[in-house]
Design a protein. Structure first.
Length: 145
């Protein structure tokens, strides 16, 4: 899913395939930093799901263990934040308002999915352990302890 959201759709519909690279443009360096950091964070989350959670990010093979280590110590949804970094980096690379609007739609849809399905499912799956996790770790913004 992240590959579709950050790869295929921007490539096919928002002109990512036609991007021109200009290494003298500091905004492009910032864009590549966001894309690269987002991709690295996404990979770290996928590895954490496999190692600690013994599952994948696919709904057909979700983690069997609640993952509260790695980036999940700081925010409950680091994968979605990684996708955000990639999309906003691509928007900066292309200087695309349409891609920013697409990101906003993605972020709204992700919130609806998380609040309406994912969090209730995790509450049922992991019970008090998940309830405690939500008290200690913010959905999007790290809590200061």
């Amino acid at each position: 899913m992240p590959g579709m959201v950050t790869g295929y759709i921007p490539w096919r519909f928002f002109g990512l395939r036609d991007a021109t690279i200009d290494f003298s443009d500091p905004l492009q360096w910032l864009a590549f930093a966001g894309i690269g950091l987002g991709a690295a964070l996404l990979l770290a989350c996928i590895v954490e799901f496999a190692r600690r959670g013994r599952g994948t990010l696919s709904p057909v093979d979700p983690p069997r263990e609640l993952v509260v280590r790695g980036l999940y110590r700081y925010v409950r949804n680091p994968m979605y934040l990684a996708v955000t970094m990639i999309l906003l980096g691509e928007a900066l690379l292309l200087r695309s308002t349409d891609l920013v609007i697409y990101w906003a739609g993605f972020f709204i849809a992700a919130n609806l999915f998380i609040i309406g399905y994912e969090e209730p499912y995790l509450r049922r799956q992991f019970g008090p352990l998940y309830a405690e996790y939500t008290r200690q770790v913010g959905r999007w913004i790290p809590r200061v302890r």
